[in-house]
Design a protein around this ligand. Structure first.
Ligand code: MG
Length: 260
């Protein structure tokens, strides 16, 4: 799963380098597809029945499964960009959030950046916990514990992480909140997508008339970060980060170990 992970990382890097006011989500979609195909992969979101794009682009109160549009991103937007690649029959899946700065409203820009930062840090706490966890559901305790300790944001419960491998979405579920089961044992061979989705307000969601785009019911802004992470005999490795997750994990005392 190393190669599809790196193809997914390349798609995110291409979008990270381009996302700005005036750029459309459809343009980012094309860049992501190009990056995945350049590494010999194919976009796996397109394999979902009825979905035609490489990415999901979730702007503002759109929270997941947003179809990329030709509306240019504008100052003051927050956008979560989610992409995945299939290569050699194996999958990668990852997402990041970007804030388009609004020079006329630095306060809003700072608030949105904080929403993204708390979500990203919650993801890294979840990944770090995977490195030491006995059971998978400890990840949700780490994710929600960080969010609750640093904000009054809501942790969505309707959309969660998942196992990933031959299919993009597999068992086991990866909860972002504590649940009354320990979940499967964390052991070599487990590969999961850890993806907290956080709302600045309520956590209830609705599905739009396009049957894809999910919005926060109360119109709150939202953020999503995601990585696909492998557990192996030597430790954990973030498959969808070029550095295996070192930059995010080392400040938390976890050193990712390359897969032999
Ligand atoms: Mg996912």
């Amino acid at each position: 799963m190393i190669e599809p992970g790196l193809a997914t990382a390349a798609a995110l890097a291409a979008m990270r380098g381009a996302v700005a006011a005036g750029v459309t989500p459809l343009e980012l979609d094309a860049l992501a597809e190009e990056a995945i195909r350049a590494r010999g992969g194919a976009p796996n979101f397109m394999l979902e029945p009825g979905y035609r794009h490489t990415i999901c682009a979730n702007v503002n109160e759109h929270v997941v499964h947003g179809i990329p549009t030709d509306r240019p991103l504008a100052p003051g937007d927050i956008v979560a960009l989610d992409a995945g690649a299939v290569l050699g029959g194996w999958n990668g899946d990852a997402a990041f959030t970007a804030v388009i700065p609004d020079p006329r409203d630095p306060e809003r820009t700072a608030e949105l950046q904080r929403l993204s930062d708390v979500t990203e840090q919650a993801m890294w706490r979840g990944i770090a916990r995977l490195a030491t966890a006995k059971h998978l559901n400890e990840v949700g305790e780490a994710v929600s514990g960080y969010v609750r300790g640093h904000s009054d944001y809501g942790v969505l419960e309707d959309y969660i992480g998942h196992g990933i491998g031959r299919s993009m979405h597999e068992d086991p579920p990866v909860f972002n909140v504590p649940v009354h089961r320990r979940g499967p044992e964390v052991k070599p061979g487990l590969v999961v997508a850890i993806e907290p989705i956080i709302s600045a307000g309520g956590i209830d969601t609705d599905i739009e008339d396009d049957d894809w785009t999910v919005t926060i019911s109360d119109g709150s802004m939202s953020a999503q970060w995601e990585h696909s992470v492998a557990v192996h005999a030597g430790g954990i490795w973030v498959l969808t980060a070029e550095d295996g997750g070192a930059a995010g994990l080392e400040p938390l005392g976890i050193t990712p170990v390359p897969i032999p």
